[in-house]
Design a protein around this ligand. Sequence first.
Ligand code: PBG
Length: 327
Amino acid sequence: MNLPGFPVVRPRRLRTSPALRRLVAETSLNISQLVLPLFARSGKKLRRPVNAMPGVFQMSPDEIVREATAAHDLGIPAVLLFGIPDKKDAKASGAYARNGIVQQTTRLLKKELPSLLVITDVCLCEYMEHGHCGIVHQGRILNDPTLKLLARTAASQAEAGADIVAPSDMMDGRVRAIRAELDNAGLIDTPIMSYAAKFASAFYGPFREVAESAPSFGDRRSYQMDAANANEAIREVALDVQEGADMVMVKPALAYLDIICRVKQEFGLPTAAYAVSGEHAMIKAAAANGWVDERAVTMESLLAMRRAGADILITYAAMEVARWLKS
Ligand code: PBG
């Protein structure tokens, strides 16, 4: 760039009034970009707070509808649904049961709020007795046999009415398996939002308490990505796109802005950033201590994700953010 330089050029000229700053703003936050994660478990009028995440609850389907209605009324276009089953086993039966908790809740949501998008998380960890995202044999997480279960899970969710399915397991080839199963079932118009670049992150800690999905042995490093790798993230996304992902996600968000930026630039697909549980918890904790301004810090973080290239923002603060954007 060939700028004439000071004193002819004065960048501060465009910062002299709120209206001028607004006129030249390059990025914006909008309610239409927000997705609210929700956690369903069986019961009635159940709203169970979780220690690690203030403001986040395990909710029975009727309460999920209440919460989703509030989100919908604020203009939030979508919720992301997770399930906590009554029983866990070694083949994650609850994940693809016709009347599983996510399937039930999805049916209810689509009946009560047909215009709210329901995105369902496709994973097995919440439904497995060992808490891993795949079938375990002799201490190893098996890839190919797991694909069938993931595909069944996605199809059963889509049959229950899910508008978008979002696989978060990080098995190789799962997008292809899910696409094939959906197409087989005639669900050719159900998009896949793949957690394409999902890192093995300590920022998921609080989520595992909410979803009751912490692995009972070992960790997730044999399937989720190493935080050191950026080129590999591009390969992961390329594979998912090749296999039929309609949208891609980078997760976590704030510590991986470089990945969001490269993914958006290379593929140009609708790109989601997931501001995960630990990111949310850090802001909440600091704000509760009076150390940071919760609203300002939350908005600045989300704006950074937008600037990096994220189109869709998945955040536990979606309702608060929507209220702030309206006020
Ligand atoms: C399930 C899943 C996880 C998250 C979303 N889907 C946890 C994990 O991989 O252990 C994390 C979300 C969050 O931390 O907010 N595989």
